[in-house]
Design a protein around this ligand. Structure first.
Ligand SMILES: Nc1ncnc2c1ncn2[C@@H]1O[C@H](COP(=O)(O)OP(=O)(O)OP(=O)(O)O)[C@@H](O)[C@H]1O
Ligand SMILES: [Mg+2]
Length: 253
């Protein structure tokens, strides 16, 4: 299963969710490859991957390196293909038609060695995110509360629709995950409102599990550790563990 974690809105928890998913699935014994497809390189940094003077996803997509050369083994038991700012050039360099298949081509060489491939995407709906959707079997959408967050989701849904039409008919939105909830707010009311707002824009399943906001996340990322390792008993770790359970229930393995 190849999961693209996407939302063109910035700061909604894509990278955090991608890392928790990769680490949490690896902890359960699955073979996992995480791919950083964001020029910001946050996923690479948070995982503790090298992303300078090493082959990255950029060289892989430019066919200047084999994906095998770019794969690094993390202490959390999962593998990572890193990214850095060079990938920003890919938006220009890979914009001609046919280039939306570059990631898929590269990943297909190694996909058989993994149970899950988790792709972290940038906060845009450009050629990188389209490459992720073309490569993926499933799309996971993290979102925070708020009208701007929900309005953007209809645009995201349209991009998924055009990838389905032209590049990858089988890809589907597996679910929407609510993240960064203020644990002191009336969460059940917020969830109800958010669900109603979203249903105007998209018909996709919403995970029952939601992720509360907690300081442990930033601390873990600053320490290049995953949330389960760094603060396994924190509410955020608890929420992500529950999410992974729910995620796995819907997956045939
Ligand atoms: N549940 C949470 N509780 C508290 N802080 C969080 C939580 N999830 C994410 N954050 C923090 O919010 C910020 C944004 O999260 P993250 O980087 O995962 O979002 P993103 O969608 O990947 O952002 P971008 O669009 O820039 O790639 C980070 O500083 C992260 O540490
Ligand atoms: Mg990110």
């Amino acid at each position: 299963m190849i999961v693209a974690v996407a939302n063109q809105k910035g700061g909604v928890g894509k990278t955090t969710t991608a890392q928790a998913l990769a680490a949490g699935l690896a902890e359960r014994g699955y073979k996992v490859l995480g791919i950083d497809l964001d020029p910001q390189g946050n996923f690479s940094t948070a995982c503790g991957a090298e992303n300078y003077n090493v082959p990255t996803v950029y060289e892989v997509m430019k066919r200047a390196a084999d994906i095998g050369e770019a794969i690094q083994h993390m202490k959390g038991g999962y593998d990572v293909v890193p990214a850095n700012i060079m990938l920003a050039g890919a938006e220009q360099e890979l914009s001609q038609t046919g280039k939306e298949h570059r990631l898929k081509e590269a990943v297909s060489a190694v996909a058989g060695s993994y149970d899950f491939v988790v792709i972290d995407t940038p906060p845009s709906l450009g050629v990188l995110t389209v490459n992720a959707f073309t490569c993926a079997t499933d799309i996971l959408i993290p979102t925070t509360a708020g009208i701007f967050a929900t309005a953007g989701i209809s645009q995201l849904n349209e991009t998924v629709g055009s990838v389905q039409r032209y590049c990858n008919p089988g890809v589907k939105i597996r679910g929407i995950l609510f993240t960064r909830f203020n644990p002191r707010a009336n969460i059940s009311r917020q969830i109800k409102e958010l669900t109603e707002q979203l249903s105007e824009y998209i018909s996709a399943p919403i995970y029952q599990t939601y992720i509360r906001a907690g300081v442990a996340i930033e601390e873990a990322q600053a320490n290049k550790a995953d949330i389960f390792d760094y603060a396994g008993k924190s509410t955020v770790a608890e929420d992500y563990r529950a999410f992974i359970e729910e995620f796995l229930k819907g997956v045939d393995m």
